[in-house]
Design a protein around this ligand. Structure first.
Ligand SMILES: C[S@@+](CC[C@H](N)C(=O)[O-])C[C@H]1O[C@@H](n2cnc3c(N)ncnc32)[C@H](O)[C@@H]1O
Length: 332
């Protein structure tokens, strides 16, 4: 566990604060967590447990329910109680696609779930995810959004924003004064008073224009969504939350640069093509050494185009191929 308590020289507890994690370690934690949830998804598909991907407590409940119905708790517990890391379990987890022994699948599931929930996997992942916004690291991608928005806003107008994957109520979106109100949601809110714990994919659809937004911010979220289909579904869902009673609405999309610069199946051009098909035009873009920031604009009357309707982006297409490339893609 990374959590740490500080004491005075006399041993008195004085402050509790999240520890700093070096970027390389944060990346390692994030990669490990993604591996765990990917392998868990494969196991759960094999043994017919429908996960919600995004809601960890619901996932735990579903797994417990299935174990209860199958009377299979003991296999799961064996894995849960196995020492971690276990070379044997690690090796089996890596090739779990090819494993068909039901009881062994349950053991590995227990091994994975204990790392996520008992050994700090989820907590450390959340901490590592929030590191990117640390001011000391020059984080807060929304500063770039605010600089762009200053040039396009109508002065004096307030814009309503929905921030998906919000880690802080103190970032530029929330403090610039341009956006009011700012509705912040995250799967695992670290500040429930200010950030609603909610899966965007389950957020109830607005029942009136008053519940819709001028801007959706989706910064470093899409790359956390585990499958190309779910990423596509997230992009598709944006339209229901954008106002139709104003001329222009916006989507701020931020991704790690390698998602578009080093993927076999995705490029900036292809991403813009997908967004255009959904009715959005790119208005601003900026690349740093590690991140790509994009602002898309949707004009009133824009409609999804035929290529999307005809399933033009439903399958990933190899656009380049080199040994060290990743497989990031989006399917509509
Ligand atoms: C790396 S953090 C990004 C934080 C911040 N937006 C930034 O730019 O630094 C990704 C966050 O997205 C959240 N997230 C992923 N899928 C989500 C969903 N379907 N609904 C709400 N939040 C989601 C995760 O819980 C995680 O906290």
């Amino acid at each position: 566990m990374l959590s740490r308590k500080r004491k005075t020289v006399t041993g008195k507890l004085i402050v509790e604060r999240p520890p700093a994690i070096k970027p390389a370690k944060a990346r390692r934690i994030i990669r490990r967590f993604h591996l765990l949830i990917n392998k868990r998804r494969i196991i759960c598909n094999k043994i017919n447990i429908k996960l919600l991907e995004a809601d960890e407590s619901a996932n735990s409940r579903r797994i417990s329910e299935k174990l209860r119905l199958d009377g299979a708790q003991s296999f799961y517990d064996e894995g849960w109680n196995t020492q971690n890391p276990s070379p044997e379990y690690e090796a089996q987890m890596l090739r779990v696609q090819r494993l068909d022994d039901h009881n062994q699948l349950l053991r590995i599931l227990g091994y994975i779930m204990s790392e996520i929930h008992q050994r700090g996997g989820l907590k450390n992942y959340q901490l590592a995810s929030s590191m990117g916004q640390d001011r000391n690291r020059g984080g807060d991608s929304s500063k770039i959004l605010i600089n762009w928005f200053k040039t396009i806003r109508t002065s004096g107008r307030q814009y309503r924003a929905l921030e998906i994957g919000s880690l802080s109520a103190e970032n530029a979106i929330s403090t610039s004064g341009i956006f009011d109100p700012v509705t912040r949601i995250d799967l695992n809110s670290n500040d429930p008073a200010k950030i609603l714990r909610q899966d965007f994919m389950k957020r109830p659809l607005p029942s009136s224009e008053a519940e819709k937004f001028d801007l959706i911010s989706c910064s470093l979220v899409l790359n956390f969504v585990p499958t190309p289909q779910l990423r596509g579904a997230m992009l598709l869902r944006f339209q229901h939350f954008l106002r139709l009673d104003v001329e222009k609405t916006y989507v701020f999309l931020v991704l790690p640069l390698p998602c578009v610069s080093n993927s076999r199946y995705m490029s900036t051009e292809l991403l813009c093509e997908i967004m255009e098909c959904l009715g959005y035009k790119q208005s601003h873009t900026h690349e740093s050494s590690k991140i790509i920031y994009m602002l898309f604009q949707r004009s009133i009357g824009s409609k999804a185009q035929k290529k999307h309707v005809a399933g033009g982006f439903s399958k990933k297409v190899l656009i380049r191929d080199k040994a060290n490339m990743n497989n990031f893609s989006i399917a509509l």
